[in-house]
Write a new protein. Sequence first.
Length: 373
Amino acid sequence: MTTTSASPSLVSTLSGEFYTDPEIFAAEQERIFEAMWFCVARAAELDKPGSFRTCQVGRESVLVSRARDGSVKAFLNICRHRGARLCTQESGEVKRAFQCPYHAWTYGLDGKLVAAPNLTSMPDVDRVAFGLVKVHVREWLGYVWVCLADDPPSFEEDVIGVVAERLGDAEAIGNYGIDGLRLGRRITYDVQANWKLIIENFMECYHCATIHPELTEVLPEFADGFAAQYYVGHGAEFGEEAQGFTVDGSEGLDRIPTVAEGQDRRYYAMTVRPQVFINLVPDHVIFHRMYPMAADRTVVECDWLYLPHVVDSGADVGRSVELFHRVNQQDFDACERTQPGMESRAYIKGGVLVPSEHHIGAFHTWLQTRLGA
Ligand code: FES
Ligand code: FE
């Protein structure tokens, strides 16, 4: 696990093995995805007691569900009897309890073991001790975040604080009222590329002029390659011609009323390590979560969120969805074109970071520190 320097003024990237080696991926699962706060679901998906969602976090399957008291609970999705996967669906709803499909051990919405065939003949099975294994859970911005660590890092510092720092203002994110917005569209992308290629792509705009014609039309400053999507804390200004953040620059939908005047006609973007990207524009919010599945496969779930009355009215969100959907496709195509190169002997020593990509170098340093390399 080494990097090399190409020349004094240019910085080299990670070597190819970082994007292909299953052992490095396993270390990332353990030391990053299972150790940090990980965003798993939109809280509104869990709209009633018994609604649930499952997803892969590091090497574990996690079950998040709405309990009877309205709170969100998170558990390891593993039956305590003989270890079968409890919920096999990605999402759904149970009436009162989760029942294991193997021998029918049954768990309440609070995770407690409530029934099992012949349970009365097994007095030493403690129903709490043999309940589902709990996972730390938080709700913020209308999303459910979990942490598998026994002793989780500070959510305030690692998530809320990072967003505030990116925007240069602790209050700014609140202006978008993200928890009160409604899902207008969700698109899930199954990307055949390592999660770091996706993050690195998101962190630089050197590629914007080449692959994002629609985006650079709306955000002309992206065409010069220096805007970093990773951290557009100043807000990229819409081009004079653009009336809204839409695929053809036409007018957007109703503006979020609490967006400040200085945030109007501007695009903000940020990465919250390790797997969330947030884009803010005056009339909607685009919220990406990455689910790293293998060294060469990442599922990306992208939500477009609008004011509730906009979604309820059946207004056409298509033109605003289409803009970033195209950006996503253009970016993920680029990542998939790059993935095979990571195995090539041409990339054994890695590649080069140009000056406008310097913050990718900071990401690599962060990654290697976390991996203890
Ligand atoms: Fe779940 Fe036996 S493994 S009930
Ligand atoms: Fe891009």
